[in-house]
Design a protein around this ligand. Structure first.
Ligand code: PEP
Length: 252
């Protein structure tokens, strides 16, 4: 039985005061019994990681970053390495989010290198994949997801892949208020699990957490989580309010 994982992706939101207040609110609302059922992580902007880490002291809520650069150190102005993220207390890093693929121009090759850097430093990378609206409408969802998964995971062993999480985030559903139906999400999640099985074997595929992301809200979480291959959620907008994130985490 896979334990669900709920992750909040704050994106480029909050000021320092708001970040501390939001983390404090989430900590206050999520008590011990929650963590027996669900794992929880929040991913604030890089510059607030240490402050949020302080707030989370004594709680089972984990800290995640929204990206990690693939080099360990050196002349990479603006870069934040996976080792630095580990050093400040992160357990997770979101890698290949659609906003980084489509706005910052990240390729599967870059994403592959970032995944490798995360594993090397002991961070759990969350590999994000997802199709654009025109790709879905022209029947390319399967081929887009297949190539993002295959290229992202190129060169990794089954043991490496066992230490990753995958998030299916249809780009047309991110921040649009338009959620994939349970059937649409389940179909792709099942396909991803099949791909992982082909690459890393059925045991790794059976253990792998595959999160759904795209306008997850308190109103739709329960239905999404009842699909057999949906193992949690990567939540953007609705993770910016402590009470809506609480409702998502406590979907059960
Ligand atoms: C995301 O940030 O990955 C996301 C899915 O955003 P939203 O929940 O706002 O659609």
């Amino acid at each position: 039985m896979r334990k669900k994982l709920m992750m909040g992706n704050w994106k480029m939101n909050t000021c320092l005061k708001e970040a501390v207040e939001l983390a404090s609110g989430i900590k206050r609302l999520l008590k011990e019994d929650v963590f027996e059922k669900v794992s929880v992580a929040i991913c604030p902007p890089f510059v607030y990681l240490l402050d949020v880490k302080d707030v989370l002291e004594g709680s089972d809520i984990k800290l995640g970053a929204q990206d990690a650069f693939y080099e360990a150190s050196g002349a990479f102005t603006g870069g934040i390495s996976a080792g630095m993220l580990k050093d400040v207390g992160c357990d997770y890093a979101i890698i290949g989010h659609s906003e980084r693929r489509h706005i910052m121009g990240e390729t599967d090759e870059i994403i592959n290198k970032k995944l490798r850097a995360c594993l090397k430093e002991g961070l759990t990378p969350v590999l994000c994949v997802g199709e654009l609206l025109n790709q879905r409408e022209s029947g390319q969802t399967g081929s887009v997801i297949t190539s993002q998964v295959r290229n992202g995971l190129k060169g990794f062993s089954a043991d490496d892949i066992r230490r990753m999480v995958v998030a299916y985030e249809p780009v047309w559903a991110i921040g649009t208020g338009k959620t994939a139906t349970q059937a649409q999400a389940q179909e792709v999640h099942n396909m991803i699990r099949g791909l992982i099985s082909g690459i890393a074997g059925p045991a790794v595929a059976g253990e792998m957490l595959i999160l759904y992301g795209g306008s997850v809200k308190p109103e739709n979480i329960k239905e999404l989580m009842s699909a057999p291959d949906i193992d949690g959620a990567l939540v953007g907008g609705a993770s910016l309010k402590a009470d809506s994130f609480e409702k998502i985490v406590k979907y059960y």
